[in-house]
Write a protein that binds this ligand. Sequence first.
Ligand SMILES: O=P(O)(O)OC[C@H]1O[C@H](OP(=O)(O)OP(=O)(O)O)[C@H](O)[C@@H]1O
Ligand SMILES: NC(=O)CC[C@H](N)C(=O)O
Ligand code: SF4
Ligand SMILES: [Mg+2]
Length: 485
Amino acid sequence: MLTTNPYDDDKLREECGVFGVSGSDSAAALVALGLHALQHRGQEAAGITSFDGAHFHTHRAMGHVAGNFDRDEIIRALPGDVACGHVRYSTTGETALRNVQPLYADLSTGGFAIAHNGNISNAMKLRRDLVRRGSIFQSTSDTETIIHLVATSSYRTLMDRFIDALKQVEGAYSLVVMTPEGMIACRDPLGIRPLVMGKLDGAVIFASETVALDVVGATFERSVEPGELIIVQGTEIRSIKPFAPLAPRPCIFEWVYFSRPDSIAGDQSVYTVRKAIGAQLAIESPVDADLVIPVPDSGVPAAIGYAQESGIPFELGIIRSHYVGRTFIQPGDKVRHLGVKLKHNANRALIKGKRVILVDDSIVRGTTSLKIVQMMRDAGAAEVHMRIASPPTRHSCFYGVDTPESSKLLAYKLDVAGMTDFIHADSLSFVSIDGLYKALGEAHRADIRPKYCDACFTGDYPTTLTDHDDTVTVDQFALLAERVI
Ligand SMILES: O=P(O)(O)OC[C@H]1O[C@H](OP(=O)(O)OP(=O)(O)O)[C@H](O)[C@@H]1O
Ligand SMILES: NC(=O)CC[C@H](N)C(=O)O
Ligand code: SF4
Ligand SMILES: [Mg+2]
């Protein structure tokens, strides 16, 4: 499969954030702030590129935004009133500086910088063809294929070349691109990954989530529409839709887990939707108990919804340490598992003798649930019931979320009864797929043209998956990449 994360992580990880500013003399500083608000979407690396009207300037680094972009001299070295940036959690290409975005190239049309959230599901095939025709890749990232497609396009103008490139690309992409002709923001025809537009004084802003607009003090104008390209040149804003229109399929997991709860996604408050999923879960899977306890942080809104609907008191029965590093940066099984223990601890005084309902947003490999159920038992819980605010995650994502291969997903290996035994819970239930759609305001999931991408629950992928269906393995891809660098 496409994912090449070196740590073979046990989690379903976030999926990159992009941020762009056009028309502010503090462009790079605003991008640094915006990226900071999007840090939850990618912690491996961060980068910013600016354009001063004549030259492009880039700073890219491994690690977090804070620590890399919090010094004056770094921001001063990124002059100009146009800038874009990226926080990365890799889906294709290793965690190394050469893959950190924005990627940049000097093309016949001038400089070209690109920041991408998503994953191109035919990147390997495109890359093989491009290399055969003489392209020399600088990275192992899927995103670089777009640059080569623009560079080798037979069209004349930059815009035509860019559209020609996008028409060859399959999968998910929300892009912020910088060229001497202006900034271009676009979403793939299905709008799988999010992208919004905002305004701050005279400046136009693009961001993966509205929370990043809030943080810089910008107003939310609207979402970039699926299949739409918005071009900002000075004060002029143009919108074009060069693709045949398709029914949109935004990623439903944004509401379940990825987006920050204080973001508005597709005109719906993420927090409100998460509470509604929790309430739906209480309706579908009630249980007699004394306490509703969230698995912090991401399980909190759903647990509030479950508690309000069921009338069972909500309590903080698990306290999360905010000082422990993320588990993915601790390679090696032993240390990683220790990391999970360090992150959560039972609030013992509350738990003893109680029948508890634990609410989390998802189960991927089951590591968290297994640990937390045991933690409740060790703290003296009389009964431990687990409720999950998404359907069982049975399939991998090929659209910009780093998931373990499906054989490592707990729900791929076991049915709900098997999973209940595995995590040693007294009971375990997941919200139904129709229940999830209900929480998003739909009557149920439509069998034909469902409103969202929900492939990791249903296996119903909304695009072809050329590379996945191909026989080329990730190792072969890495070899191919090495040969051209
Ligand atoms: O079944 P698993 O493989 O353990 O994965 C599922 C867990 O991973 C995520 O939390 P995570 O700890 O990544 O971060 P969070 O603090 O954002 O909830 C998710 O919220 C679940 O709790
Ligand atoms: N998670 C993402 O959106 C990753 C973007 C791109 N596919 C990369 O690996 O760099
Ligand atoms: S497969 Fe799952 S995580 Fe990936 S885009 Fe679709 S719904 Fe989102
Ligand atoms: Mg969690």
